[in-house]
Design a protein around this ligand. Sequence first.
Ligand SMILES: C[S@@+](CC[C@H](N)C(=O)[O-])C[C@H]1O[C@@H](n2cnc3c(N)ncnc32)[C@H](O)[C@@H]1O
Length: 272
Amino acid sequence: MTPYAQGRGWRIFRGDAMEVLTTLATAGERVQAVVTDPPYSSGGMMRGDRAGASARAKYASTGSQIADQLTGFSGDNRDQRSYLLWCSLWLGLCLDLTPEGAPIVCFSDWRQLPTTTDAIQAGGWVWRGLVPWCKPSGRPAMGRFASNVEYFAWGTNGPSPDLESIGCLPGYFVEAPPRGEAKEHLTQKPLETMRGIVRICPVGGTVLDPFMGSGSTGVGAVLEGRGFIGIERETAHLDTAARRLADAEAGMPERAAARGAQPGLPFVGGAA
Ligand SMILES: C[S@@+](CC[C@H](N)C(=O)[O-])C[C@H]1O[C@@H](n2cnc3c(N)ncnc32)[C@H](O)[C@@H]1O
């Protein structure tokens, strides 16, 4: 299968995740970690919002002007039962690409958290924990708790080996999502957090992200000395990811992080 773009340690593929994962497995590819941020099929205030376009219906509150300018994305419209089924299928395909002991990290919001941890196990992974990603500038709610946390569930392919070379990783991450010019995808994850997360892959190993969007996992992986395989359906996001990955490979993390320098709030990695 021909990559859409590639560099020294990374390749990105255009297509449906399930099809590309199947092709990679048939070709005998192996990865040492899976780190991904699938469309949550959540968001919005009403059930009907889930059926709307991602840019307007669900993510407008992240800044409607920005949402208007950014390319939306598909695959975000499943109800909870079909989300569970779909996630179980691609999680099982990811498992087949990894050796025993390899880790998986899968982002979710609070609504889909129980479904996500069910799907991880249905896909054959051993679920091992939850790590919050706290956004210091989250949505305030009068008289209610602010909504400023997303999560990732993590697990392993079978037993979890002791890897002294990796050391202890944080139990939580605090970092603002990219804003303004730095935001190139509606649900883009912040770079220092992604750099911290991909350290779960042994140095020199390859990280797989079957829903890479603007390539944040890959940028983190390349900057941390890991290889990367990414999959994405939308051409606009593939182009963004290819540019960011090339910048990361060229040793320009600032350019990979943002089109224009827009420092967010400081990164805090919690103690393990
Ligand atoms: C939540 S976003 C990932 C954002 C990414 N973490 C970032 O920082 O830019 C999920 C991505 O998956 C892509 N996607 C949705 N369904 C897909 C599918 N079946 N196969 C491949 N990509 C898909 C969407 O186009 C979207 O860009």
